[in-house]
Design a protein around this ligand. Structure first.
Ligand code: ADP
Length: 365
């Protein structure tokens, strides 16, 4: 957890008001913080320490120059949440400032310590999500472009061969066609992830609930995922004979996601274990890899929308940071649980739990 004191920059011309605000914060903040006060944004340029976690910007008065001041602050602090303090929260310039993307604004007339503390908290969360979204757009475009570029090169190659060697039997071009097909599959997967995340958000993800045998589904997924990796052997253990009441296709989607992550994030390992068990009215499917693992801080965040682990990993492993978010939303809708246990450098186990509706007769051993 991030326990470093929050660094606040207060831009406030009135020294008395500045003192009062600091006092409010001292009385109400449940977090550690430091607060530096400057009278105007111009002073900021001369400051030695440029990094702040939150900017509290007072925009006094009612004139239009507030919009300019806010825009200027936005260019000075493109990565920092800004909370605006205002005398007139309901007038047009404040609405315009909202459209420009201010993280929060509070009225000085009704200001108290709690409001200020909440505003700081929410502003930080909003800005974090906003930055993740911006970054997401960058790597989503990149991820989409990669298969498109490959498809383009393969089709050019097919065209070239067909034109330069008209006598070439069509079957000789098949290996290239398979490559195009693989890239189209990749592209379709990415596009489906993007569509699903939009549907999840709008609460429009379709579900067709019906009982299905979980062992059989796991078997099918293992079989098809085994075909995607030559390096890993996917080992299965346990059988439950349990029927789960859920959407079979969506559950398949979750399992595919967990297994493809297990493969992707364990490039040096040669096996993945899938263990099925049941008890207490639920089945548990544990998917264990022996790969790079996830540190405790990131474990708490991997189910968030757009979240991907650090820059180095982002470059090494392709992905959109949506799969686990979608998987956990699907699991919630099925009254299940998706949990992670992991040790950095040793590997991860993702545990999918789903409620059982009934059991099939198990053959006697
Ligand atoms: P992505 O498309 O980036 O793989 P996910 O939502 O599936 O998106 O996963 C989010 C992040 O969680 C990944 O970027 C990765 O850092 C981490 N992660 C997921 N599964 C594993 C795993 N099995 N081992 C290590 N890290 C993982």
């Amino acid at each position: 957890m991030d326990t470093a004191p929050i660094k606040l920059l207060l831009v406030q011309q009135d020294p008395e008001l500045a003192q009062w605000l600091q006092q409010l914060l001292q009385e109400s903040a449940s977090f550690d913080f430091t607060c530096k006060t400057i009278a105007t944004l111009h002073e900021y340029k001369e400051m030695a320490e440029p990094e702040y976690d939150v900017v509290l910007l007072d925009l006094p008065g009612t004139d239009l120059s507030r919009i300019e001041t806010y825009s200027y602050a936005n260019t000075l602090f493109p990565l920092t949440p800004i909370v605006v303090l205002t005398d007139s929260p309901e007038d047009q310039p404040m609405l315009d400032i909202t459209k420009l993307g201010v993280q929060d604004y509070i009225s000085k007339k009704t200001l108290d310590g709690r409001t200020l503390v909440y505003a700081i908290r929410y502003a930080r969360e909003r800005k974090k999500l906003e930055l993740q979204k911006d970054e997401f757009l960058g790597f989503a475009s990149h991820e989409l472009k990669t298969p498109v570029t490959s498809i383009k090169s393969y089709t050019q190659l097919i065209e070239l061969q067909a034109v330069t060697t008209p006598s070439l039997p069509a079957c000789k071009l098949l290996p290239l066609v398979f490559k195009v097909d693989a890239q189209v599959t990749k592209l379709t997967y990415l596009i489906n992830e993007l569509l699903d995340v939009t549907k999840v958000q709008a609460g429009k993800l379709d579900f067709h609930f019906e009982p299905f045998l979980i062992d059989q589904l796991v078997e099918e997924v293992i079989e098809s995922m085994q075909m995607t990796t030559q390096r890993h052997t996917i080992e299965r253990s346990g059988a439950t004979g349990a029927y789960v009441n859920g959407d079979k296709e969506r559950t398949l989607q979750v399992l595919v996601n967990l297994l493809s992550n297990a493969i992707k994030y364990s490039p040096q390992a040669d096996r993945i274990s899938v263990a099925l068990s049941n008890g207490d009215g639920k089945v548990a499917i544990a998917i264990q890899d022996y790969g790079i693992g996830i540190n405790p801080e990131n474990q708490a965040r991997i189910f968030e929308r757009f979240f991907r682990v650090n820059d180095h990993q982002k470059e090494t492993y392709p992905g959109l940071g949506l799969g686990l978010y979608i998987a956990s939303e699907i699991t919630k809708r099925q009254n299940g649980k998706l949990l992670v246990e992991s040790t950095e450098g040793e590997g991860s186990t993702f545990l999918l739990e789903l409620p059982v509706v009934y059991h099939q007769e198990m053959p006697a051993h």
